[in-house]
Write a protein that binds this ligand. Structure first.
Ligand code: SAH
Length: 490
């Protein structure tokens, strides 16, 4: 197994500083089940190549029961591809040999890790399902790729090519740490033979640490997460943590985290808010006060969508699917895409909407999807209307510009309905201390003026007409408890 990394950045021998490996010396590093060697086949100011050669001991693998299970044939434990192919062993060796570069640090030349370099990497003996798969994985990261097929046996051309290829990646301007993190995650993803090696919660932390920067935006993030973890129960909670941009556990050795990573997910639908629904004299006199505030919002938005005649509708941040249920009861609605970042909420939605018991026709009307509103998602294009009910206040205020791009610039539904609490009203909640939010996961709560200013900006920037409405019984001084912005494409 051989990995080479080449740069033509001047002086190219800076690669030695970056990798923390002297170009003049051959270095040997002990890794699990073998040895890794780092050496430089060329090291001039114009061009420098570092090579990582991995020598795995197949007998060592067998002794420690980490080799293939041996169900194939009698000698499979001894005659197999493990010592030769690029696999999770390469990732482990990479992390050990080039630890500082992978972490983006360089003691001697602190500016170097952030320098964008022209980089080329070659990985020999990569098991891949074909060049198309390699393109899907590497091209979205900005690489130009070339693959070289290898015949199974050069003396038997009729046998055709083996499933192992040599992959050459070229990037015009990339940080070295990024290249290493891409390889660290994607090489094991390609290796289907690597069963049962990746099974611990620790791997989740490694994936979050190495992939956190780029994986959420990668169009193949689900495939990559599933293949990297190879253990279904971790996949969706991990995807959720990646999509909300959660930092991995700090420290060199990842600490154990609770198996149910989904517990970090924000809870749905603001129960606290309903719990503190005001015993206000104004509200008590109005018929709407009998319904809780949340039902009122959902009914209002569903009514607007019905009035609009929308056929294809997005329920963004759908939670357990309370709005989706209302939307599916509108005959004109042909399809609902209900999206949430939280796997737990989606599971709940699946149960509450009785998806398993739906008729095939009903089922075709609904798609439940995991995704984040902070990353462009092509699945969201082509809809007549989008509802974003009590969701924006769960996003960090600094990420609202990304949300705006995803929904109003890229997905561009015909109409968008956004609801959020009215912070002016909070003083009417007796149990809510001044400055306190209605729900622990709220990142902000806006006054009517703040919401109006944001909504007007969005409408103006993206060509939508805007209408603002109070939601719930109105108080003369502080307005209604909740507020709705209706955006209609011009
Ligand atoms: N709209 C639903 C749920 C509101 S609670 C209702 O009105 O009943 C807020 C929801 O937003 C939660 O389900 C939460 O998981 C989801 N959410 C939070 N951040 C998100 C993000 N970045 N992308 C998509 N959904 C998100």
């Amino acid at each position: 197994m051989l990995l080479t990394i080449t740069t033509t950045h001047y002086p190219a021998t800076d690669l030695g500083y970056l990798l923390h490996k002297n170009p003049a010396r051959l270095q040997t590093i002990d890794v699990a089940y073998g040895q890794a060697y780092v050496f430089y086949p060329e090291a001039t100011p114009e061009r420098c190549t570092a090579a990582l050669l991995l020598d795995i001991d197949p007998i060592g693998l067998v002794r420690t029961h980490r080799g293939p299970a041996g169900e194939g044939f009698a000698l499979e434990q001894y005659v197999n591809d493990r010592p030769y192919v690029a696999s999770s062993f390469l990732s482990a060796a990479l992390a050990k040999a080039f630890n500082t570069a992978l972490n983006g640090t360089c003691k001697d030349r602190p500016e170097l890790p952030d320098t964008l370099l022209p980089l080329e990497a070659t990985v020999a003996a990569l098991p891949a399902a074909g060049p198309e798969q390699l393109r899907r994985l590497f091209e979205p990261l900005g690489y130009a790729i070339e693959t070289e097929a290898h015949p199974l046996d050069p003396t038997e051309p009729a046998w055709g090519d083996s499933r192992y290829v040599t992959l050459r990646l070229r990037h015009p301007a990339l940080r070295l740490g990024e290249l290493l993190s891409h390889l660290y995650v994607l090489v094991p993803v390609l290796d289907r033979g690597d069963k049962h090696y990746w099974i611990s919660q620790e791997e989740v932390e490694k994936l979050l640490r190495r992939g956190g920067e780029w994986l959420p935006r990668h169009p193949e993030r689900e495939f990559i997460t599933r293949r990297y973890l190879r253990f279904a129960e971790y996949v969706n909670p991990t995807l959720e943590r990646l999509l909300v941009g959660e930092e991995p556990e700090a420290g060199e050795e990842p600490a154990e985290v609770p198996a149910d990573a989904a517990q970090h997910a924000p809870a749905a639908a603001d129960p606290a808010e309903n719990a503190v629904d005001p015993p206000s004299p104004v509200a008590a006199n109005l018929p709407t006060a009998k319904r809780n505030l949340h039902d009122l919002r959902l009914d209002r938005v569903a009514a607007e969508i019905r009035r609009l005649g929308a056929k294809r509708v997005l329920d963004l941040g759908c939670g357990e699917g309370k709005l989706t249920r209302r939307l599916l009861s509108i005959p004109q609605v042909e399809h609902v895409l209900a999206l949430d970042v939280s796997w737990r909420e989606l599971q709940r939605a699946q149960e509450r909407l009785h998806v398993a018991e739906m008729s095939p026709r009903q089922r075709e009307r609904l798609t439940l999807a995991q995704g984040s509103l902070l990353y462009h998602d092509p699945r969201l294009a082509g809809y007549d209307a989008a509802a974003v009910v009590e969701v924006i206040e769960h996003l960090d205020e600094s990420r609202l510009a990304a949300f705006e791009q995803v929904v109003f610039a890229r997905a561009r539904p015909g109409a968008v309905f956004v609801t959020t609490p009215n912070a002016d009203y909070n003083q009417r909640y007796e149990t809510l201390a001044a400055g306190q939010f209605r729900h622990q996961d709220h990142r902000f709560e806006w006054t009517r003026a703040e919401f109006a200013a944001w909504a007007a900006g969005v409408a103006g920037r993206h060509g939508y007409r805007l209408r603002l409405e109070p939601l719930g019984p109105e108080d003369a001084d502080v307005g209604a408890p909740s507020q709705l912005a209706v955006f209609e494409a011009e």
